[in-house]
Design a protein around this ligand. Structure first.
Ligand SMILES: NC(=O)c1ccc[n+]([C@@H]2O[C@H](COP(=O)([O-])OP(=O)(O)OC[C@H]3O[C@@H](n4cnc5c(N)ncnc54)[C@H](OP(=O)(O)O)[C@@H]3O)[C@@H](O)[C@H]2O)c1
Length: 300
C-alpha cells in the first residue's frame, strides 16, 4: 500500500470494519490494510488458533492496531445468528462489512444445515451475516457492505442450488458449484443495494482476480494441487487480490456509490443484471435461511 492509498483510505480511520475469513489469504490482507488505515477491525474466523495468530501478525505489523476476534463458521446459520446477537448486545458500532470467507470443494460436502457447502459458505454465509448486522450498519450509517466475488461466475440454477441433479464434475470437480455462487454473489449484491436504498449503506462486489492463496490447496484433490502450484507462477499476491476490496471499503471518494461490480478499482460490465432474477435469488436465499421449521428445502 502506498502513502497515497493511506490518504485515500481515510474514510475508515476510527471506524469499525468486520472482515470474514480474516485468518488467511485475501481476508487477512484486507484486514491488515484496513488496520493500517486506522480502522478498528473485527476478524471473523472459524478457528481460534489461526484467528489469534492473524491478530498477532496484524498487531506486530501495525503498532497500535485495534483488532477484535469473533469466532464463527459462516457455513453454519446458527453460528452466524449467534454472532449477530453477540455483536448487537455488545453495543459496538459497525461501519463496514467485508464478506470474504469462501471455499471451493473438489468433493461434494454438506453444511451442518444440510446445504451444499460451497453455497452454504459463499452465498448463504454472505446473505445471513449481512442480514444479522444490517440493523447495526443502518444505525451507524454511512456504511458499506463490500463482498468479494470472482470472475469465475456462471451457471446459477435456482432449481438445483444443492447440486443434486447436476454432476459435480470429473475433470473440474466442484468448479460449477463454485461458479454458481460467484454469479449469485453479484446478483445478490445488486438486490441488496436496491433494498438498502437510501439507508446510507452501500453494497458493492469485486473480483480479486487470480490470487496466490491457500484456497486451491484447501479445495483438495489432484485439481486443487495442480491449480495451487500452477498459480504460484501466474497469480498475484493476497495484498493485490485484496486491494479493490480495501479501496471499496475505505476510499472516501466513492461515498454513495452502490450496486456495482469492480475489478482493479474500476467498475466492470456484468452480464447478470436482471432485477427479476435477482429478486428470485433473494427469495430462494430467504427460504433456505428461514429459521427452524419455516425453512423450505429448495431442490435438494
Ligand atoms: N484466490 C483467488 O484466486 C480468488 C479468486 C476469485 C475469488 N476469490 C474469493 O476470495 C475469497 C477469499 O479466498 P482466498 O483466496 O483468500 O482463500 P483462502 O486463503 O483459503 O482464505 C479463505 C478464508 O475464508 C475462511 N473460511 C472458509 N470457510 C469458512 C467458514 N465456513 N467459516 C469461516 N471462515 C471460513 C478461511 O478460514 P481458514 O483459515 O480456517 O481456512 C480463510 O480465512 C473467497 O470468497 C474466494 O471465493 C479468490
Amino acid at each position: 500500500m502506498t502513502d497515497r492509498d493511506l490518504v485515500d483510505f481515510g474514510a475508515v480511520r476510527g471506524k469499525t470494519c468486520m472482515v470474514t475469513g480474516a485468518s488467511d489469504g485475501i481476508g487477512f490482507a484486507a484486514a491488515s490494510a484496513l488496520a493500517s488505515a486506522g480502522a478498528e477491525v473485527v476478524l471473523v474466523v472459524r478457528d481460534e488458533g489461526r484467528g489469534r495468530a492473524a491478530a498477532d501478525r496484524i498487531r506486530a505489523a501495525h503498532a497500535g492496531a485495534h483488532i477484535a476476534l469473533e469466532l464463527c463458521d459462516v457455513s453454519s446459520q446458527a453460528q452466524i445468528r449467534a454472532l449477530g446477537t453477540r455483536y448487537e448486545a455488545s453495543g459496538r458500532p459497525l461501519h463496514v462489512l467485508v464478506n470474504n470467507a469462501g471455499c471451493w470443494n473438489t468433493t461434494r460436502k454438506q453444511s451442518v444445515d444440510g446445504i451444499e457447502l460451497t453455497w452454504a459458505t459463499n452465498m448463504l454465509g454472505y446473505f445471513v451475516l449481512t442480514r444479522v448486522v444490517e440493523p447495526v450498519l443502518r444505525r451507524c450509517a454511512p456504511g458499506r457492505v463490500v463482498s468479494v466475488g470472482s470472475g469465475l461466475a456462471e451457471g446459477l440454477d435456482l432449481d438445483d442450488i444443492n447440486f443434486v441433479r447436476r454432476p459435480w464434475g470429473r475433470i473440474r470437480p466442484g468448479v460449477a458449484a463454485y461458479a454458481q455462487t460467484s454469479q449469485a454473489r453479484r446478483m445478490w449484491t445488486y438486490a441488496l443495494a436496491r433494498r438498502l436504498g437510501d439507508a446510507g449503506v452501500t453494497a458493492n462486489v469485486m473480483n480479486p482476480n487470480n490470487t496466490r492463496t491457500g484456497a486451491f490447496k484447501k479445495g483438495g484433490g489432484v485439481l486443487g494441487w495442480l491449480v495451487h502450484y500452477g498459480n504460484l507462477f501466474v497469480s498475484e499476491s493476497a495484498e493485490h487480490g485484496a486491494d479493490t476490496a480495501v479501496w471499496l471499503a475505505a476510499n472516501g471518494g466513492i461515498d454513495g456509490v452502490t450496486g456495482k461490480y469492480w475489478e482493479k478499482r474500476k467498475e466492470q460490465h456484468c452480464p447478470f443484471r436482471d432485477t427479476v432474477r435477482e429478486d428470485e435469488l433473494w427469495a430462494v436465499c430467504e427460504r433456505m435461511t428461514a429459521p427452524s421449521e419455516g425453512r423450505v428445502q429448495v431442490a435438494v
